[in-house]
Design a protein around this ligand. Structure first.
Ligand code: MN3
Length: 241
């Protein structure tokens, strides 16, 4: 084919006619607005789902982390879509004073941002095969506040066992820099009480039901074997600083 007839053929061909307006359209149409990146993301665990066996079974860990915690993350991002300030305000500032949240998102923030904070804290507080006891500083504070480690364990377990419905039991440093045991409902956090968490245990049924069914006290008693005391020591030092 000669060059001249090739060009003529192109100009008359349907492919050319269709392609050219499409190109013009692509250049002039406004680019669709990209959705803002998510503010909250599911943290990766530093251990495998089966690592806390036999205390917490792998299936419970998988469902709890990849589905329950992910749902709180999704809910928190949805709340950030409705309340722009949530994208930039530190999570602990928001949870310490939920009155800063607008009325229409406050419950979503309490439940989902609270759930995200609580679970992020919880995963880090557990570890396979860590130290079995608190460090000297924390141990001496525990002995001073409760008499002994055994007393602490009993009181936290009692707070968890008697939390009606769903919630958490916590060892915290309170506003007066004293160790205290508190329990929160649902996904409420100790931050709201002006306290800083040292230890916390999830007593929602989703945390233990597959293995322990209705035996929450048995789960609580076993849970202490998973505690990451290095992390608890670090939480205590930060809270006292
Ligand atoms: Mn949970």
């Amino acid at each position: 084919m000669e060059r001249r007839s090739f060009l003529t053929g192109l100009a008359a061909g349907s492919a050319f006619v269709i392609a050219r307006p499409a190109l013009v359209l692509a250049q002039t149409a406004p680019a669709p607005a990209a959705p803002p990146p998510p503010v909250f993301t599911l943290p990766k665990l530093t251990y495998a789902y089966e690592a806390l066996e036999p205390v917490i079974d792998a299936q419970t860990m998988r469902i709890h982390h990849s589905l329950h915690h992910q749902a709180y993350v999704n809910g928190a991002n949805a709340a950030a879509g409705q309340w722009e300030a949530l994208r930039t305000t530190p999570i602990e500032t928001v949870l310490a004073d939920l009155s800063v949240a607008p009325d229409n998102v406050r419950t979503a923030v309490r439940n989902n941002v609270g759930g995200h904070w609580n679970h992020s804290f919880f995963w880090e507080l557990m570890t396979p095969g860590g130290a079995q006891q608190p460090g000297a500083e924390l141990k001496s504070a525990i002995d001073g506040a409760f008499g002994s480690m055994l007393e602490l364990v009993q009181k936290v377990n009692q707070a968890g066992a008697t939390r009606f419905g769903s919630g958490w039991a916590w060892l915290v440093v309170d506003k007066d820099k004293k160790l205290a045991i508190v329990s929160t409902a649902n996904q409420d956090t100790p931050l709201e009480l002006g306290a800083k968490a040292v230890l916390g245990v999830d007593v929602w049924e989703h945390a233990y039901y597959l293995k322990y069914q209705n035996r929450r006290p048995e789960y609580l008693a076993a849970w202490w074997k998973t505690v990451n005391w290095d992390k608890a020591n670090e939480n205590f030092k930060k809270a006292m600083a």
